[in-house]
Design a protein around this ligand. Structure first.
Ligand code: AMP
Length: 281
């Protein structure tokens, strides 16, 4: 696997991959890779031999008070994991390459960015949309894969691609979880042993609430029970726990269409997110 840091070299390397006519798949990441990221690479490999990954910890999607400085960085291990999974190119630009002096453009997406993560992290999805649009233009893939772990982000990327006519097929990949149900996340590295044990309450609370809502139970009561379970387990504050339209992320008070139950909550200094599908009966 080749690691590339300059845009010209990236374009040449992707053009060389394309020579055999097979599609190019792209997996954008912020590094500190785990089996969730590797599931994206493996899903890409099922579709094409040509997989490009990126590692870029994007300052523009972190607010000033967020964890940009402590976000885990470990390139050598990431390179080994990507190579092992069959990734051919790693695009790993420096911040100055992505955002040279004078950079002044931001992409703002309405609607789907408003609730949930968008409300809890103002500006976050502008940073995501801007960097993903740049990465798409740099790599020029046919397919791009994103995890359902960041469910609203996946919906935002679908909106971006539809609205700006990127000729890229977006694939959502189901969340990889530990045996106890906790979603794999680079941020799990922040958790103490005790917090890691407490974290199980998040997928459990979502699973119980989703089951109850799918069975026709009262939505507000199910959400309140889930919130109470998280607080009992040691979570706090709870940024949100909400039922939303699976496509638009608009809040739902009746299960009359495919829905998603999403939550974000703090364990000590770590913010965890998770989500689960809820289908009408
Ligand atoms: P990140 O490095 O956190 O920006 O994530 C890069 C990509 O990996 C995003 O598309 C995430 O949704 C995806 N991802 C992160 N964690 C998981 C997971 N546990 N299962 C599946 N995909 C994931």
């Amino acid at each position: 696997m080749q690691t590339i840091r300059q845009i010209d070299a990236l374009r040449d390397a992707v053009a060389a991959l394309r020579a055999d006519g097979q599609p190019v798949a792209f997996v954008p990441t912020m590094g500190a890779l785990h089996a969730g990221h590797i599931a994206l690479v493996e899903e890409a490999r099922r579709r094409t031999p040509h997989v490009v990954a990126s590692i870029f910890v994007n300052p523009r999607q972190f607010a000033a008070h967020e964890d940009l400085d402590r976000y885990p960085r470990r390139l050598a291990k990431d390179q080994a994991m990507l190579a092992e999974a069959g990734c051919q190119l790693l695009w790993a630009p420096e911040v100055d390459t992505m955002y040279p002096a004078g950079f002044a453009t931001a992409i703002t997406i309405g609607g789907v960015t408003a609730p949930l993560e968008g409300a809890a992290r103002p500006g976050h999805f502008d940073g995501v949309a801007t960097v993903v649009a740049k990465l798409f233009n740099q790599v020029g893939p046919d397919i791009a894969l994103f995890g359902e772990k960041d469910y609203q982000q996946l919906a935002v990327i679908r909106r971006l691609v539809a609205d700006l006519d990127f000729p890229i097929e977006i694939i959502g990949v189901p969340t990889e979880r530990e045996e106890d149900g906790v979603a794999l996340s680079s941020r799990n590295a922040y958790l103490t042993e005790e917090e890691r044990a407490q974290a199980r309450a998040l997928p459990r609370a979502l699973g119980e609430a989703a089951g109850s809502i799918a069975a026709g139970g009262d939505i507000a009561e199910a959400l309140a029970r889930a919130e109470a379970a998280l607080v009992r387990a040691g979570f706090g504050p709870i940024d949100y726990i909400a039922l939303a339209d699976a496509a638009t992320l608009a809040p739902l008070d009746r299960l009359d269409r495919p829905a998603r139950l999403l939550a974000a909550a703090w364990l000590g200094t770590t913010r965890l997110i998770d989500n689960i599908a809820v289908m009408p009966g």
